[in-house]
Design a protein around this ligand. Structure first.
Ligand code: A2P
Length: 274
């Protein structure tokens, strides 16, 4: 009943996952346990979040079998390069206490370092070894996507990017789709800033749902993979309880109207200095 997206490598990813950015190890243990108890089967972490240990601990404490949970982690910028990426991956697996991840992502293209193609070759090897079941990228522009495909012939299964009703990323989603690259939304709630938007609260009131549920539902209906972040068990459960209602054409039109080319909250990957 929980929707999945089939990736270009044939594997399936649960469409709604738990985000754990800015959640320390202790909080991550509890958030992951709460999420798995609420029905989530997908958790998204990263080496730079410094909570891979907590995520692994929460996973084991939940009693849910490892193979039933889709675990993503990410290569940090300082670890880019072929050999460095392989070492960083081993360190992530060690902290997670796992012998494979479901998805490994290059966290940022870091174009000034110009190591993302070498890093991508390392991820290709990790996938061949089966230690990363699927491989993808995060914060890549269309040019970055096209370059790794041109140089290696291997498209990433997905690109995880800032995406929310105020920054809908239509052009990048379309460019990814042309290459078979699915899109995953980070900061899907606009880091919480969209929850008081009048257009969103009106739709929520109409359906007897919360603003967060309306936004998560919008991502799901838009064919996106979505990883709302919360450390609060009630909000974690709320964000997953989005499969019993549907947006209508008026709702979708109102949300389309929130899109803003200047709506980005996080760093611009082409100019970020890290
Ligand atoms: P908290 O962790 O205290 O629940 P995003 O995923 O876009 O980055 O948004 C995350 C932010 O939104 C966090 O500050 C989180 O706070 C808050 N948040 C997440 N889910 C909900 C919810 N259902 N209701 C209210 N705030 C939420």
């Amino acid at each position: 009943a929980r929707p999945t997206i089939t990736l270009s490598d044939g594997r399936r990813i649960p469409q709604v996952g738990l985000g754990v950015w800015q959640t320390p190890d202790d909080g991550a243990v509890e958030a992951v346990r709460a999420a798995l108890a609420a029905g989530y089967r997908h958790v998204d972490t990263a080496a730079i979040y410094s909570n891979e240990r907590g995520v692994g601990e929460g996973l084991r404490a939940s009693g849910v079998p490892r193979e039933d949970v889709f675990v993503t982690t990410k290569l940090w910028n300082d670890d880019q390069g072929y050999d460095q990426a392989l070492r960083a991956f081993d360190a992530s697996l060690g902290r997670l206490g796992l012998d494979y991840v479901d998805l490994y992502l290059i966290h940022w293209p870091a174009p000034r370092r110009d190591l993302y193609v070498d890093s991508w070759r390392a991820l290709i090897r990790l996938r061949e070894e089966g230690r990363a079941r699927s491989i993808g990228v995060s914060n890549f522009t269309a040019d970055h996507l096209r370059r790794i495909v041109a140089e290696t012939g291997v498209p990433p299964v997905l690109n995880q990017i800032e995406l929310h009703p105020r920054f809908q990323q239509g052009a990048l989603r379309a460019a990814g789709a042309k290459l078979g690259v699915a899109t995953e939304s980070w900061s899907p709630l606009g880091q919480g800033r969209l929850l008081a938007d009048p257009a969103i609260t009106a739709i929520a009131a109409k359906h007897g749902r919360t603003p967060a549920q309306v936004i998560v539902r919008w991502h799901v209906e838009s064919g996106l993979i979505v990883i709302p972040k919360s450390v609060n068990p009630a909000r974690i459960a709320e964000n997953f309880d989005v499969f019993g209602f549907a947006l209508d054409a008026d709702d979708r039109a109102a949300i389309a109207g929130l899109d803003d080319p200047d709506g980005r909250i996080g760093p611009d990957p082409t100019t970020a200095t890290f």
